[in-house]
Design a protein around this ligand. Structure first.
Ligand SMILES: [Zn+2]
Length: 345
């Protein structure tokens, strides 16, 4: 029986060594150490042995069992480690492979134009002022010399929230709010960029939502010559040194006198073409000297202080600069359009 046990141990250890995977190893364990295995069988046959031999054989059987168990455990660990290594090998990342390209976006053309205009005026000593888009009637109209019954309000029909609150129709209320904060003391030198709203029907040149940038300078001894000089610098820096400007008389309730500024047509150099409708000039913005009523309402002494203001539509400037033919392109978010403005010039 001893020999039989030793032979079983040899046989089992060999099978453990040969086991190729965890399942095969488990089969060996069940076959040799299980309740129906040969070792259990040997122990069952011990009843026929003498009292002397019984404990010896019992001890040997336990040794054999322990040896096989130890071998199986060792093999089990080895197989598990191998399995983990195989898994790791499968999941290995080749860091030399080229990565998936990250799609790089770009600024919206209106953002670009706004930032370019801001840079230009910041360079001339202006600061940027902002205000609410949902505005009080007082700041949007009354503080700008547009009392309730004023007919010029018709040109800026807006979206009213209540009788006294509306979506601002221009960025001018930011001028009124800024002047009010200054409490009658100059100088004021700001630009106000932002979104504005009017009850227009959308077409190629109109949008119910659009953007403006306005400028305001209030100080002692500010004259029309300062406005003219500022607009000339703006036109040449923004559209090109070869561009000329001209000021035409116009009317706005918040400026007196009021002007419209044209720049010479780049296409025809002033001779007249289809772009400038044969005039040689392209309309860019409106402006003028701040109306004394506006200064007084904001707390400025209009006998001491004067000022100029101007305002332009950012879409119009962008359309002229980039040759865009329809204002609706700015708002339909077609990437074929918006991705054309990659470079940072
Ligand atoms: Zn022209």
């Amino acid at each position: 029986m001893q020999e039989k046990l030793q032979a079983l141990q040899q046989e089992a250890l060999q099978k453990v060594t040969d086991a190729a995977d965890l399942k095969a190893l488990n089969d060996v364990r069940v076959a040799y150490l299980g309740k129906k295995g040969p070792i259990t069988e040997v122990l069952r046959g011990m009843g026929s042995l003498s009292a002397e031999e019984r404990p010896k054989l019992g001890a040997l059987a336990n040794e054999v069992r322990a040896a096989i168990t130890a071998a199986i455990e060792e093999k089990h660990e080895a197989l598990e480690e191998e399995a983990v290594n195989q898994q790791l090998a499968l999941e290995k990342i080749d860091v030399t492979l080229p990565g998936a390209p990250v799609k790089k976006g770009n600024h919206h053309p209106l953002t670009k134009i706004t930032e370019q205009l801001e840079d230009l005026f910041l360079g001339m000593g202006y600061t940027i002022a902002e205000g609410p888009e949902v505005e009080q009637d007082y700041y949007n109209f009354e503080a700008l010399n547009l009392p309730k019954s004023h007919p010029a309000r018709d040109m800026q029909d807006s979206f009213y929230i209540t009788e006294e609150i509306l979506m601002r129709t221009h960025t001018s209320p930011v001028q009124a709010r800024t002047m009010e904060k200054h409490e009658g003391k100059g100088p004021v030198k700001i630009i106000c960029p932002g979104k504005v709203y009017r009850r227009d029907n959308d077409d190629a040149t109109h949008s119910h939502q659009f953007m403006q940038i306005e400028g305001l300078v209030v100080d002692e001894n500010i004259t029309m010559a300062d406005l003219n000089g500022t607009l000339e610098v703006f036109a040449k820096k923004f559209f090109g040194e070869d561009r000329e400007i001209r000021l035409r008389p116009s009317f706005f309730p918040f400026t007196e006198p009021s002007v419209e500024m044209d720049i010479s047509c780049k296409i025809c150099g002033g001779k007249g073409c289809s772009v400038c409708k044969g005039t040689g000039w392209i309309e860019i913005l409106g402006g003028g000297m701040v109306h004394p009523n506006v200064l007084e309402m904001a707390g400025f002494d209009s006998s001491k202080y004067t000022g100029f203001a101007f305002g332009m539509g950012v879409e119009r400037i962008a359309m002229l600069k980039y040759g865009i033919d329809d204002i609706r392109h700015f708002y339909t978010n077609d990437v074929r359009f918006t991705s054309q403005f990659h470079c940072h010039e």
